[in-house]
Write a protein that binds this ligand. Structure first.
Ligand code: 13P
Length: 248
């Protein structure tokens, strides 16, 4: 059976003191449960120290597509590896919509991550206007195709995909389990058409207003293999309950 994986995306939240409390609470509560937190760059060292030896992995929310050089303000994949990161989010909708990341740039970041040994969590998902226009599958397929044509379908054996409908992110409006399952099944079948083995093993997370109260129902869908959690990953009891729901 495929594993389920829950990852927290802290976005631009936290402080040394807040993180110490949050990490200190989730570490013992999730002992033996595989999970991850993607923290802001300045707190990677703190996450590494606090989570070393635990079942919780850590990672970043973005990286440069470049290896090294005169790229002021950028952070490379190798630097993330230096801090013990296992994961990095690529192509989050906030990066795509607020910082102009194109499908092509996302594919380059995905490849830079894998080249350094990181597992990219590749985010895909449609906006509300796109859903209402009936082009959800077209948009998700285009986002996936950019990565598959650049990196090959086999690369997905070392990646996680996160389906995050933009209209459900931070809005309190969760996709229904049926809506999410339909897109997850579409993603898996699209990849299965290219490589059935990769599709069967691929962890496809759902993200968008996941809470302890709705996690169980979402994660019980056959193609939903855990979640990428924003707001609720900042609340220890919520995140712990969501991770436990995935581990059931
Ligand atoms: P929320 O869980 O706050 O809706 O955020 C989802 C998300 O964007 C995770 O990457």
């Amino acid at each position: 059976m495929r594993k389920k994986l829950v990852a927290g995306n802290w976005k631009m939240h936290g402080s040394l003191a807040e993180n110490a409390a949050l990490l200190g609470a989730i570490k013992p509560a999730l002992a033996g449960i595989e999970a991850a937190v993607c923290v802001p760059f300045p707190y990677l060292a703190q996450a590494q120290a606090a989570l070393a030896g635990s079942s919780i992995a850590w990672g970043a929310q973005n990286l440069s597509e470049q290896v090294k050089g005169a790229f002021t303000g950028e952070v490379s994949a190798a630097m993330l590896v230096d801090f013990g990161c296992q994961y990095v989010i690529v192509g989050h909708s906030e990066r795509r919509s607020l910082y102009g990341e194109t499908d092509e740039l996302v594919a380059k970041k995905y490849m830079a991550a894998q080249a350094a040994g990181l597992i990219p969590i590749l985010c895909v998902g449609e906006s509300l206007a796109e859903r209402e226009a009936g082009v959800t599958e077209t948009v998700v397929a285009r986002q996936l195709d950019a990565v598959i044509s650049a990196a090959g379908v086999a690369s997905l054996a070392k990646a996680v995909v996160a389906y995050e409908p933009v209209w459900a992110i931070g809005t309190g409006k969760t996709a229904t389990p049926e809506q999410a399952q339909a897109v997850h099944a579409f993603i898996r079948s699209k990849i299965a058409a290219l490589d059935a083995g990769v599709a069967t093993g691929l962890v496809i997370q759902y993200g968008g207003s996941v809470k302890a109260a709705n996690a169980g129902e979402l994660f019980s869908q056959p193609d939903i293999d855990g979640g990428l959690i924003g707001g609720a990953s900042l609340v220890a009891d919520e995140f712990i309950a969501i991770c436990r729901a995935a581990a059931k």
